[in-house]
Structures are given as C-alpha cells and as structure tokens.
Write a protein that binds this ligand. Structure first.
Ligand code: FES
Length: 64
C-alpha cells in the first residue's frame, strides 16, 4: 500500500527505513532518498515509528 503519494513510498519501504533505525519522518524520507513534499503522510509515518517495539528501537539506535 502506498503511504506517501508524493514520493510513491509504500508501507513496506517506510517500515524498512524504520527497522533500519529511522526515528523521525525526516530520517525516514532520507533513508528512502527523498524528502517530504506535501507532508500529508507525516502523521502516518510518526504513527509507524511509535508502533516500533521499544526493544527494536533500542537495538536500532544502539542505546542501552
Ligand atoms: S504524501 Fe508524503 S510528502 Fe506528500
């Protein structure tokens, strides 16, 4: 499913960027080699970031 219409980014692409450690929408866009255009998808991306289990988020950042 496409989440970001401006950049044709799918939920899977965004999820991969988040799994790789992106923790802010800006980082997610950068991981997908683009940047926000209209910003209409930002809320969805923030929700996806917040849904990442804390353990996965800690592992991605390397924090303890
Ligand atoms: S829908 Fe993602 S920037 Fe417009």
């Amino acid at each position: 499913m496409i989440v970001c219409l401006c950049n044709a980014l799918t939920e899977a692409q965004l999820g991969e960027a988040i799994a790789q450690g992106a923790r802010r929408p800006r980082e997610v866009y950068a991981a997908c080699d683009c940047k926000a255009e209209c910003g209409g998808c930002t809320r969805t991306i923030v929700t996806m970031i917040r849904e990442v289990p804390p353990v996965a988020a800690i592992a991605a950042t390397g924090a303890r």
